[in-house]
Design a protein around this ligand. Structure first.
Ligand code: TPP
Ligand code: SF4
Length: 342
């Protein structure tokens, strides 16, 4: 890689993440990679306050006093700008609590009781932000609160036993949509979370994966510089629930974008957005079979034989319907790159 292309990575690599070793997240969990990177992006000279709902990323990183995988700038009292604080809130309220912190800090700054600015980041799983906590998320966006909301999407309520979430791929196996002879897994199409965030009025909406580090870094930096709500959705392969072999996390995250199931998307209010790492021509697009076959949650539909995907006899219709959903998803997101709230 040329020096010019390496420069942004070098700069980011030299920053200090607020996510430290010692978590009990599964090996190969995408959430730990996302935390490392969001953590580095927040080392930008402004104190960070994080709110966290209950989800894998919280229960596996914050079990004081045995597991505490977060912290920065706590060695010296003078490191206010570098420092990082974290609040664990009830499951569905990460963005509401973040909003409260934002308002309180703004009032204290105005009164002179707080001398330096802070930045606020809310962090949840898709269950916490898009299912049980959807009201909290949409109202924070609607109030234009100056916070960054990061939503990890693994398509389940993972830490309570892999129950269905509204982001689940059609016909996937979850513990509440088990495939059988008559019902081939989850029958619902996913909710349009990107569209909802835009329509509620978010200043910046992104769907980015740490598998594409340049886009991920760009999204974090743009979100943290917003004057209203920014939302970053992070599609996150979950080894325990998706049931794939160790070492395939990044490959699956890339395929999630390239197949059109979770394409990389960046859109700032009033500006043209972009759809990346997915072909806009459906004939050129990576077939969804490549994404489905390595995961045992789709084994009632497709298997991997000698490294190649093979559709289970009698399940051609379901596979075609997933492909159709992916194609429509790309068309919808492409339209949204040119859409702005009135
Ligand atoms: C109000 C409330 N309802 C339910 C729960 C139980 N609960 C804790 S975490 C969780 C699922 C979290 O799912 P998600 O946000 O998708 O994160 P993941 O575990 O997948 O990382 C549930 C149902 C709770 N703690 N509080
Ligand atoms: S269950 Fe899934 S989301 Fe939770 S820690 Fe393991 S891999 Fe990560």
């Amino acid at each position: 890689m040329s020096e010019k292309r390496l420069a942004p990575f070098m700069e980011m690599a030299q920053k200090e993440s607020c996510f430290r070793p010692g978590s009990t997240l599964c090996v190969d969990c995408m959430e730990s990679i996302a935390f490392q990177n969001v953590g580095r992006a927040t080392d930008n000279g402004i104190k960070t306050i994080y709110t966290m709902g209950t989800f894998c990323g919280e229960v596996s990183t914050l079990l004081w006093p045995t597991v505490v995988a977060w912290g920065r700038g706590d060695q010296e009292a003078t490191q206010f700008e570098k420092s990082f604080s974290i609040i664990h809130n009830v499951f569905e309220s990460a963005s509401t609590v973040a909003e409260g912190i934002r308002d309180t800090a703004d009032i204290l700054l105005e009164l002179g009781a707080l001398k330096k600015p802070i930045q606020v980041v809310a962090n949840s799983g898709d269950g916490g932000a898009l299912v049980i906590g959807l009201r909290s998320l949409l109202h924070t966006i609607h109030r234009r609160s100056r916070v960054t909301v990061v939503v990890l999407i693994n398509e389940f309520f993972a830490n309570t036993g892999f129950q269905y979430a509204v982001t689940a791929t059609p016909y996937s196996e979850t513990s509440t949509t088990p495939p059988g002879d008559f019902i081939p897994g989850n029958l619902e199409e996913p909710m349009n979370h990107v569209g909802l965030a835009l329509m509620a009025g978010a200043e910046f909406v992104a769907q980015v994966s740490p598998a594409f580090p340049k886009d991920f870094t760009e999204a974090c930096e743009r979100a943290l510089s917003c004057s209203e709500t920014a939302v970053i959705f992070v599609p996150s392969p979950c080894i325990a629930g998706w049931k794939f072999k160790e070492g395939r996390t990044i490959e699956l995250a890339k395929l999630a974008s390239e197949t059109g199931l979770f394409p990389t998307f960046l859109k700032e209010k009033g500006k043209a957005g972009s759809l990346r790492h997915v072909s806009l021509d459906s004939k050129q697009r990576t077939p969804i079979l490549r994404f489905l076959a390595p995961q045992r949650r789709f084994h009632h539909l497709v298997h991997e034989k000698n490294g190649e995907p093979a559709v289970v006899k009698g399940r051609e219709k379901e596979v075609a319907l997933i492909q159709d959903w992916a194609n429509r998803n790309v068309q919808t997101l492409q339209r949204l790159t040119a859409w702005d709230v009135a």
